[in-house]
Design a protein around this ligand. Structure first.
Ligand code: ATP
Length: 306
């Protein structure tokens, strides 16, 4: 299998500090990858290594089959990058800025207006960027990263400053790129919004990779319980709830909802048991471990192991 990105035993050292250490992973084409971790965990360092902006102290990085740290990194034209802090020359218009970046990348200028349209900036194309709002500048940054239909898109905290509607349209653009076969790497702290939008999650902690897999795989490894909430039909959690007896530990949420935890593989059993025992159910909510919970779990596991 050929990979868009292959990182092997990489380390990046600044003096005595290991910004990144012992990290290896491979990303196939057409995957959306969330790179998560606390401040200073090493996410931006990994992105910069993939872009060839910095060189590894140890290990190898391969991007689209080339070494980004090599002098002749031709695949650079097939990368899109949205830095954490986008800074543009405010005196230029959105259209002028994209023209500049398109020429740098060698792409067709005829695609600039469609690109501005794609990120919802067509109407502001001829306004100076200095007059743009933060969200508009962020969208311009995204348009800049999309120049030339990149095969690998690296987005460092891309949704910071975007309102909910723009976040939604941002993820639609990401989905569209992914469907066209691009690999998209998103570094973010917004775990809840990433949850159902990524194929893979890589968790970094103090320079080390502590988890790498799909949400399902991470849930399987972590073995955290799923929360089940029973809404009771008669609207009252009375003293006689004998059907709850065999279901293990439970807790009332309010007067008409009870909650219990089921380990992976036990959800169906718990539901079956409740129904067979005559539970007066009005509704059931099943919440698997969230990315937030998994993140905390993997961080704690590493802390305990070290
Ligand atoms: P954040 O979420 O805050 O953006 P991050 O996960 O992107 O954090 P990095 O920017 O990769 O973190 O930084 C990882 C570590 O490497 C930090 O301790 C940082 O201070 C250090 N570091 C990064 N760049 C340099 C540098 N040029 N010189 C010295 N230390 C650096």
């Amino acid at each position: 299998m050929s990979y868009t990105v292959e990182i092997r035993d990489i380390a990046k050292r600044y003096g005595k500090l290991d910004a990144v250490r012992d990290v290896s992973f491979a990303l196939p084409a057409g995957e959306t990858v969330a790179l998560v971790g606390h401040n200073g965990a090493g996410k931006t360092t990994l992105i910069k290594l993939m872009l060839g902006l910095i060189h590894p102290t140890f290990g190898t990085v391969s991007v689209l089959g080339e070494n980004p740290a090599g002098g002749d990194f031709a695949a650079r034209r097939r990368l899109g990058y949205l830095p954490e802090n986008v800074a543009f020359n405010g005196a230029l218009t959105g259209r002028e800025l994209l023209t500049f970046y398109t020429r740098l990348k060698g792409g067709p200028v005829s695609l600039i207006l469609p690109l501005l349209d794609r990120v919802g900036l067509a109407a502001a194309a001829d306004r100076r960027v200095g007059t743009y709002s933060k969200g508009m500048r962020q969208r311009l940054g995204l348009a800049q990263a999309l120049i030339g239909e990149p095969a690998l898109l690296l987005l460092d905290e891309p949704t910071t400053g975007l309102d909910p509607a723009l976040r939604q349209s941002f993820y639609e653009i990401v989905q569209d790129l992914r469907d066209r076969g691009a690999t998209v790497i998103l570094s973010s702290h917004a775990l809840t919004e990433l949850e159902e939008r990524t194929d893979r999650v890589i968790v970094m902690n103090r320079g080390a990779m502590v988890a790498n897999g799909s949400l399902e795989e991470l849930r399987h490894i972590a073995r955290l319980p799923t929360r089940i909430r029973f809404h009771l039909q008669d609207g009252r959690l009375g003293p006689k709830q004998s059907w709850l007896g065999g279901l293990g530990e439970w807790r009332p949420v309010n007067g008409h909802i009870v909650e219990l935890d089921a380990m992976p593989g036990q959800k169906i059993d718990v539901l079956r048991q409740a129904i067979q025992a005559g539970a007066p159910l009005d509704d059931v909510e099943i919440t698997p471990p969230t990315l937030d919970e998994l993140y905390v779990h993997f961080l704690r596991s590493q802390e305990e192991a070290s």
